[in-house]
Design a protein around this ligand. Sequence first.
Ligand SMILES: [Zn+2]
Length: 483
Amino acid sequence: MAIHFEVLQKDIAGRAGRLRVGEKTVKTPFLFPVINPHIQIIQPSEMQEMGVEAIITNAYIFYKSEEFRERALTEGLHAILDFDGVIMTDSGAFQQSVYGDVDIGNLETIRFQKAIGSEIIVPLDIATPPDADYEKAQSDLEVTCARIGEALGEVSSGHLATPVQGGRFGDLRRRAGKMIREFATPFCPIGAVVPLMETYRYSDLVHVVMAAKQGLSPAACVHLFGAGHPSMFALAVAMGCDVFDSAAYALYAREGRYMTPRGSMKLDELNGLPCACAVCRSHTAQELQKAPDRERLLALHNLHVSLAEIERIRQAIQDGTLWELVDDRCRNHPRLLNGYRTLLNYGDRLEHQDRASKRRFFYRGSESCRRSEVMRYHARIGRIALGSRVRIVIDEQQGRSREDVLSFRPPFGPYPAALAETFPVGQTEIPEWDEEMVRAGCAGIASLITSHPGTAFEIECEDRWKAVVADALSAQEEGFVIL
Ligand SMILES: [Zn+2]
């Protein structure tokens, strides 16, 4: 019995795949609901009926509990929680990060997790707070890696989750990823990111995750530990995170917060319930506000919304429309938009990982000009064969492409008639041209000019775009004229 991860489909750096844990299978992306046996308001068996294939609980809670410890050791977690899907356990590292210390050692927690029947075991890693200095982050990382090594002596690598730490420092996260890659473990959480998400530091989150991913093996299943709210799942998946865990559905319910994929609202301020789940269709907002079991009902709704968002992301990956979902979700909070823009700065890396063909490209504003499909087109357009003299026609009204010229489709740029029907040019929907997309398209022209020094380019341009095109190409010293 071991953990095995298989990628089935890709979009941007996101993956839809299959996580096999022994005989059990979990479809990814996946959200592990967090279970606390002391205060659980939705039972794991009910979750299983909602399609939840795996849950996560905290082994330290069982270890410290007079009520559950002995039962966990004799009956096992699956019997106590009445759940026959995959059960992952955290080690107590979270309690350690909040309370400073825990009275359990690394080997002790590993042996305990194994004894209670956990199927994905986490060592006692050290969650470095994001504001810790470099020396602290570095020494914490060394301890974590030593503990992973120690844990691998106790459980097979196929059962151990191996957390990536390193604080807010990209080079440490990258190094941690590389060290973990050498352990060849299939399941790798990125740890200590909760404080970044709680304070909406999504730009920092993107840097940290992208650095960790750079070090990790592309074959590893990546778990963003402690995430979170459904509004950020699409962004995280686009970076290559495969698995999340969340207590948010219950914590938000306790605070009376009603989740939507675009953010949360206060239940008490709602006049209607904009959701199709069973709770929302069988209650009015007023009934839900006054319901005696309102916290439980709200938690059910929140969990439903979170699971539905994961399904939506899986479908977007299948269709190749994940960028459009990321764009949609990240426009709901300015700090998420920061995270999205930071991710677009990694265009070169994403371009290498993205798939070649997608269902469509919908232009959604200036951010779309920096998507991986545009980067890839600009990187590859230089490969087309050209004669000594080529005309590029920049004309918004020009309908069909002509055989004897290169047409122009922003934000991609010039294309020969042979590429008119293929992705991306053929599957791109754009509104009326704007300056940003025309400038982006000119980067495609520049790439073509640079890669064909023996070709004379004549750019036949509509009057209204002439100044923009001339300006966008001003770094090109020769090889073209604008007509
Ligand atoms: Zn609902």
